[in-house]
Ligand binder design. Sequence first.
Ligand SMILES: [Zn+2]
Length: 132
Amino acid sequence: MNDDTKIKCPYCGTFVDKTEESCPLCSAPLKPTKPAKQQSKLLAPTAIAALVCGILSISLSSAIIPGFILSGIGKKKAQEGYDAIAANPDTYIGEGMLNAARITSKVGLILSIVWIPIVILYTIFYIWALNY
Ligand SMILES: [Zn+2]
């Protein structure tokens, strides 16, 4: 018996031709399952930038205009990240970070809007106090 062309099924012990992908008797897989794409996935390319913009948009919301700009960039970068993951789901991860970026961008936008009347009232009060 030439064992070079046969392998023993690890499940039922039958000698099976090496070219078989699975055991003809018990149908167990014979080829070692390919190390399931052990390439480590990459963070979506814009995820960090999106999150940084989102956080900065909150930090700078009291300056209003930078808050709006950074919120817009954060939202755009987050969408680009979602698109990258949707296009290459086997390559990219980072939806959690993109969600955080989207939320912080939204909060930054809301705070920037909230700050508008506060800054206006403060300015009016300041001018009034100067002239008093
Ligand atoms: Zn078998």
